[in-house]
Design a protein around this ligand. Sequence first.
Ligand SMILES: [Ca+2]
Ligand SMILES: [Ca+2]
Ligand SMILES: [Ca+2]
Length: 217
Amino acid sequence: MKRLAILALFLGMAPTAIGEVSVRVCLADGNTPLEAADPNIPFVYPEIMVRTKLTIIVSSDANDYWVGDLFIAGQDRGYGVLTSAFSFPPAGKEAFLYPLEDGFYQGFCFETDDPPDVGDWFIADYRATNIGDCNVGLYEWFSFDPKCELSFSHVHTRDFNNDAKVDFADFSVIASYWEAVDCQEPDLCEGADLDTDGDVDVDDLMLFTDYWLERTE
Ligand SMILES: [Ca+2]
Ligand SMILES: [Ca+2]
Ligand SMILES: [Ca+2]
């Protein structure tokens, strides 16, 4: 009986306790969620190909005025870039955003109307520019440390002909270099030597098929 009473108290308090700004990652369409690589580890995402475009959405289940940023910091700026950002109606008519690029941060600064509405507030476009790791931090109230960090890892593209889709046109590049043994940096047999060991063989083919029909934007 006592336990029930405590539960009722907890439920009664919940609506005020959970109001919070959160961030999520979607594909370039801004709609299809990109799930974490491991459901138990939030904000660490599966490997994406260089040139892949993603969207990062800032939303809130509380209608409290908010000031925050999405930034790529330090050397991570060599691997990814936040290219553009927009506000959604729930951020309010007076919502405000602007790009920031200084000696350490690259990204966008956001400010909602006072008060905003509950819902999606802002969206930013992210692009993987180089092979390596890149974190995007969500900062609040001018803090130096991010509230959370989205961790992206970029790998060689499988879109060899650069038409934003991995399909037969790209497979034909693998086929045309099949069993080649003299692939060299930086061309790597037009990218077909995906594991960069100098040849094009079944290991490269497997790395290729992992991304079959994926789109980069
Ligand atoms: Ca392609
Ligand atoms: Ca290879
Ligand atoms: Ca090999």
